[in-house]
Design a protein around this ligand. Structure first.
Ligand code: TPP
Length: 569
């Protein structure tokens, strides 16, 4: 059927089952926005108009992380498109399946520094899995189908489609094609036929599995390290649980692996690395076999890649061949999707137990700060845990509050912790929480943020209010850029250069200005009452929590130091 390309785009989104798009309009993308009205697509695809394109990009990412579906974001050319870049990079570093659709100036105006022209494919090249500039109307449907397939296949990630404005107003032929057929037709079909490449992940090499099973038999002190790859791999978590319970060995997690092993499981040693637990960091230094699944050994995990797990044989299981030996030299690797690799291991793995090794690891306990009647970060997180029954989706920003959230809230399922682990994007949290709540309306969504991060994108409160998206926002308000201050305290001789946030706004009044409820908490009792009230209200609320400026994230291993060289215990 002959159709305008702006309509083809909508039809292609429907093919993919897209029900929500986050975005912001402008001159070049007008044909697409007009389509939402003209043929009533707005009744099939909910468009959330954010306050800023960055908020839309994080919302699409948060939606993807919480639902496991592809998150979609629209923006216009020039500044609209460049405002997406931080969001695209954030999604890229954390392998979040997202499709960003921008519209550029007409092809006849390209290369002339036309108003709001920008080379978005060039800009996004290093932060996307793949990107496209669509100049041919006949290519549009195929490109969209390919983009979605790439975003969600293998190691997921962001894909950008930049379309020239003249294409959006041109006509082309369109026939509905179910997603199951996409790999057999058009561009995607041709690509798959032409190359040996298959978007499906190849079957793991069974001899690699057998080699790992042999290494397990020889080990006396195995440690399992779980990363975000297990969270992103659909259906991997039950297989992972079967694996670690059969091996019956300690399980440490990266921040992105949060939720793969229940936080209160007796085998769980907690987060590893720079702000990892004593038990996890000790275990990594003392183990004789480290089995890392879906983890790329970032500098926050292997603070010193040379001494990391120095006594151990290291086995890396990853879907992405390029991650093997990138940061840490390994002794064995298995390439494959985490679910399938674990399934194959589980078929042959006999039950084990390591009582002495586990007793040794779990003798390393965390220090609980002494009670002094003040409101401490762990009180806030304990109360959130208790009042949400440990079931809430927790979105975070970046800084101390992020580490406290990862340390103290017990996550029990994939998609429950939504945090910018790889890129460390301040300002991510509010948009991401909005996207998570939009995708999972039946779940409680809490944003744990810092006063610095919240200030960065707090204008999205208007979006929460307008669309009635009830996110509970908890501001860990220490009046400072806490994580940077912590480094200044420990490493820079207490020279607190430009980290004091001795300024407004009053977050309670800010919430009210956006038509939302605001509350202040200075004690545990006040926080519990305010948080319960926020849950009961069913609207977005901001709770401003006064915490100590010098509260620190314990433990801390500085970058470059060995896992047990704590600067802070
Ligand atoms: C966009 C961006 N700018 C700067 C940083 C560097 N940075 C990391 S944590 C942090 C402090 C965050 O302060 P706040 O939001 O108050 O959280 P806290 O650490 O106090 O919990 C800064 C400035 C960053 N990660 N992202």
């Amino acid at each position: 059927m002959r159709m305008k390309c702006s309509q083809i785009l909508m039809e292609c989104l429907l093919e993919q089952g897209v029900d929500t798009v986050f975005g912001y309009p402008g001159g070049t993308i007008l044909n697409i926005y007009d389509e939402l009205e003209l043929h009533g697509y707005k009744n099939k695809i909910r468009h959330i108009l954010t306050s800023h394109e960055q908020g839309a990009s994080h919302a699409a990412d948060g939606y993807a992380r919480a639902t496991g579906k592809v998150g979609v974001c629209f923006a216009t050319s020039g500044p609209g498109a460049t405002n997406l870049t931080t969001g695209i990079a954030t999604a890229y570093y954390d392998s979040s399946p997202t499709v960003f659709i921008t519209v550029n100036v007409a092809e006849s105006l390209m290369g002339k520094d036309t108003f709001q022209e920008v080379d978005m494919t060039g800009i996004s090249m290093p932060i996307t899995k793949c990107n496209y500039l669509v100049k041919d109307p006949d290519q549009l449907a195929d490109v969209i189908r390919e983009a979605f397939a790439i975003a969600r296949s293998g190691r997921p990630g962001p894909v950008l489609i930049d379309i020239t404005k003249n294409v959006t107003s041109s006509e082309a032929d369109y026939e509905y094609l179910p997603v199951s057929e996409h790999g057999r037709h058009g561009r995607l079909g041709a690509m798959l036929r032409r190359s040996s490449h298959d978007l499906r992940t190849p079957e793991p090499d069974h001899s690699d599995i057998d080699k790992l099973l042999g290494m397990i038999e020889e080990a006396q002190r195995p440690l399992i390290l779980v990363g975000g790859g297990v969270i992103r791999s659909k259906g991997a978590v039950p297989e992972f649980r079967r694996f670690f319970e059969t091996l019956n060995a300690p399980v440490a997690s990266t921040i992105m692996g949060g939720g793969a092993c229940p936080g209160n499981h007796p085998l769980f040693t907690g987060m590893i690395g720079m702000h990892g637990s004593h038990a996890s960091n000790y275990a990594s230094s003392a183990c004789d076999l480290l089995i890392a699944i879906g983890c790329r050994f970032s500098d926050r995990v292997a603070t010193d890649p040379v001494s990391f797990a120095a006594q151990a044989k290291i086995v890396q299981i990853d879907i992405d061949r390029s991650e093997i030996d990138k940061n840490v030299e390994t002794d064995h690797h298995i390439i494959g999707d985490a679910r399938r690799v674990l399934e194959l291991i589980n078929e042959k793995l006999p039950a084990h137990d390591y009582p002495a090794w586990k007793a040794d690891v779990f003798s390393h306990k965390e220090l609980i700060p002494a009670e002094d009647g003040k409101l401490h970060p762990h009180h806030i997180l304990d109360a959130i845990s208790e009042l949400t029954g440990g079931q809430a989706i927790i979105a975070t920003d970046v800084g101390q509050h992020q580490m406290w959230s990862a340390q103290y809230y017990h996550f029990s399922r994939p998609g429950q912790l939504i945090t910018s682990g790889g890129f460390g994007t301040m300002g991510f949290g509010l948009g991401a929480a909005m996207g998570a709540k939009t995708g999972c309306p039946d779940q409680t969504v809490v944003l744990c943020t810092g006063d610095g991060c919240f200030r960065m994108n707090c204008h999205e409160l208007a979006t929460l209010e307008h669309y009635h998206i009830p996110v509970v926002i908890v501001v860990f308000d220490n009046g400072t850029l806490g994580m940077v201050r912590q480094w200044q305290h420990l490493i820079y001789g207490e020279r607190y250069s430009q980290t004091d946030l001795d300024r407004g706004p009053d977050f309670v009044k800010l919430a009210e200005a956006y038509g939302l409820h605001g509350a202040r908490a200075k004690s545990v009792e006040e926080f519990r009452a305010a948080f319960q009230d926020a849950l009961d209200r069913g609207t977005a609320c901001v709770i401003d929590c006064a915490i100590d400026k010098d509260a620190m994230v314990h433990p801390m291993v500085p970058g470059g130091a060995a896992a047990t060289d704590f600067l802070l215990d």
